[in-house]
Ligand binder design. Sequence first.
Ligand code: SAM
Length: 262
Amino acid sequence: VDFGFQTIPASEKAQRVHKVFENVASNYDIMNDVMSVGIHRIWKDYFVKKMFPLPPGTKVIDVAGGTGDIAFRMLQSIERQNKHLNINVTDANESRKNSSILISDINQAMLDVGRERAIKMNLQSDMLSWLCADAQQLPLADNSFDLYTIAFGIRNVTEVSKALDEAYRILRPGGRFLCLEFSHVKNPLLKWVYDTYSFQIIPPLGEVVAGDWKSYQYLVESIRKFPTQDRFKDMIEEAGFRSVKYENLTFGVVTIHSGYKI
Ligand code: SAM
């Protein structure tokens, strides 16, 4: 496994990734805004929009959910949708129509920041729950979720295929897999601009804003190591998913992959 500018064994990747996210947890949200000039908000809004409308009572898991960016957007959209459909989930008869979102992440430091944010944003809903777990080995029953989401998380997992197998296992038949991840820009000119920005601006920015060059260098490197759009589509199919499609955003800087467990 390549990590930073050196090669390390796969067993060490997990430890390093853990350290990176422990280091960046407290600055994670501000750094996202700084590094992407706020564009990550547009990608995430678009990603969540793709899931709606959600049938009432949908069971969602957001894996590698970190500080809650995806789950909080989903929660707000579900609440808007309930209002629109006139569903009163506090009414006992209607409570079965209540959807739920489980945010899981391997790093408790990220989840802690997420919980604090939920309090600050006044988003302490019964719909939300939190779980510290590895995407490659989820302590959850087979066929128990309708929707599995993972945003900017899967490239950090040591064995991507194991995470995909777990996604397949815990989704019920008919359930949907949705992944938002950095990907690859094909256009040579745009690629040059993007590479220059990534390698020459992001690590120094990490140093200035968060005092942490290495973690941000890792983030850039891990993006380059991640499979191409087509290869990742193949991997999702190899896990058993069908109707697998992808959509590039911002010329392929990020991609949304989607598939169904049939
Ligand atoms: N989904 C959030 C977002 O879009 O803002 C957080 C993304 S953050 C770049 C990546 C997250 O993946 C971190 O919170 C990290 O702890 C988590 N992660 C890394 N390896 C993981 C694993 N094996 N299982 C679950 N989460 C993992």
